[in-house]
Design a protein around this ligand. Structure first.
Ligand code: FAD
Length: 399
């Protein structure tokens, strides 16, 4: 470990305060502890709370990522960490269903990933439409261009995993506190102690802010214009009596449809229903005050899609709903970098609708930046925003 801060805490162990116990903060805290740091993990409302982006029931883990080698490699790196967490905590987290990619029109996003997945040891292949129809008779394929199946993919029990990570942080000797923190004052290129709700302060050698959709409010000059939280409606439909098994995780994989809109879904969810979501970015969203009631127009779109692609579920009732938010960067990439004006502050966020699965790899990467002074990855850095070729995305593929 090399943390050259002259203030490095007792016994030379640097003390790092991590603000935000969602997927990014929790895994960063665990990675820092594994490397010998002292860690205080803070969250305003608790790990995996309903407002947080990590606070949903389930999240897809898949490695098809178009030509983005970084994320394919990070998924390969994250998989063993999720499985270790499950084994250590005894909490069921990974549901290995595989992932089905249903392409209407261009299929370059999925196809271009296949060689990268093969190189990373993650099997995936194209299925003929006839084979897809035989394997998954619940799904209609007659208007589809091509279908791909990733074998090592499935879903992660999201809020349960955040709580398991927080418990592991405590087991590893970290301190967990439920309190809101603000950035401390910036002086001579470093941040001072964090003001905490209730009036006290917290001093540490280094500070990580992993505050999901709140990062823009906390750092308005840096991220106010760049991080855009959008409303996302998620629906859980109840299969007809006796048909639950046909729409559960033993019968169906996680699926993602790439067409004019991107829809995706997760079967099972601990019998909470057949999850369906539209990946299209919704309206701007206030993660603190937003009332999480489903929008009738979004429900209408979801029902029409469901009836078309899963005809046996036409007319299925909604049994649960969630309104969550994506915290989008302009290019859809994550952020994991040091604060440009504070040498003891790092920011992790901009999950952009696809960050959850990657959190163990992001945590290890950020811990290496903090403790070894490793350089940030250019595509996840602040400096990319100022690059002359920086290109905001118009079309996102997430989940
Ligand atoms: C509907 C939906 C579906 C998604 N699907 C997928 C998917 O299938 N696969 C995938 O990989 N990803 C998916 N994502 C994206 C993924 O969930 C997010 O990228 C990821 O959870 C972001 O984690 P985070 O730790 O950055 O943020 P969060 O989970 O929001 O964590 C931030 C934490 O910071 C705390 N906090 C904020 N401000 C303060 C403060 N001032 N003081 C103290 N604490 C504070 C909050 O309480 C919160 O717990 C999805 C997201 C949504 C919303």
């Amino acid at each position: 470990m090399s943390f050259p801060s002259p203030g490095a805490g007792a016994g030379g162990r640097p003390h790092i305060a991590v603000v935000g116990a969602g997927a990014f903060g929790g895994w960063t805290a665990l990675a820092l502890l594994a490397r010998g740091a002292r860690v205080t993990l803070l969250d305003a409302w608790g790990a995996g709370n309903s407002r947080s982006s990590s606070g949903g029931e389930t999240r897809v883990i898949r490695a098809i990522y178009g030509p983005d080698r970084l994320y394919v490699d990070w998924v390969a790196r994250a998989f063993p960490r999720w499985l270790e967490l499950q084994a250590r905590s005894g909490v069921p987290i990974y549901q290995p269903t595989g992932a089905l990619w249903i392409c209407r029109g261009a299929d370059g996003y999925a196809r271009s990933s296949l060689p990268l997945l093969a190189a990373a040891g993650l099997p995936a292949s194209e299925l003929s439409l006839a084979e897809a129809g035989r394997r998954f008779p619940q799904i209609r394929f007659d208007d589809v261009t091509s279908v791909f199946f990733e074998e090592r993919a499935g879903s992660l029990a999201a809020r349960r995993a955040c709580r398991a990570v927080a418990a592991e942080v405590v087991k590893a000797g970290g301190e967990l506190r439920e309190v809101a923190a603000l950035p401390g004052p910036l002086e001579s290129g470093a941040m001072g102690p964090l003001p905490l709700a209730g009036g006290s302060t917290l001093a540490a050698d280094g500070y990580v802010f992993a505050c999901g959709p709140w990062l823009g409010e906390l750092f308005p000059a840096l991220l106010g214009e760049r991080l855009r939280p959008t409303r996302q409606d998620v629906f859980f439909f109840g299969p007809p009596p006796g048909a639950g098994g046909r729409f559960g995780e033993r019968a169906l994989p996680v699926w993602i449809e790439l067409g004019e809109r991107i829809f995706y879904g997760i079967p099972g969810n601990d019998h909470r229903g057949f999850k369906l979501a539209d990946d299209t970015r919704g309206e701007p969203w206030d993660p603190t005050q937003g009332e999480r009631l489903p929008a009738p127009a979004a429900l209408d779109r979801a029902r029409r899609y469901l009836a078309h692609r899963f005809p046996e579920l036409a007319g299925a009732p909604v049994v649960e709903t969630r309104v969550c938010q994506y915290e989008n960067s302009p290019d859809g990439h994550l952020l994991a970098d040091r604060h440009p004006e504070a040498s003891n502050v790092w920011l992790a966020g901009c999950g952009s609708g696809h960050g959850f699965k990657l959190a163990p790899a992001l945590g290890e990467h950020l811990a290496a930046q903090i403790l070894d002074r490793q350089a940030p990855l250019p595509e996840l850095s602040f400096s990319r925003f100022d690059h002359p070729l920086f290109a905001p995305r118009t079309q996102f593929e997430s989940a």
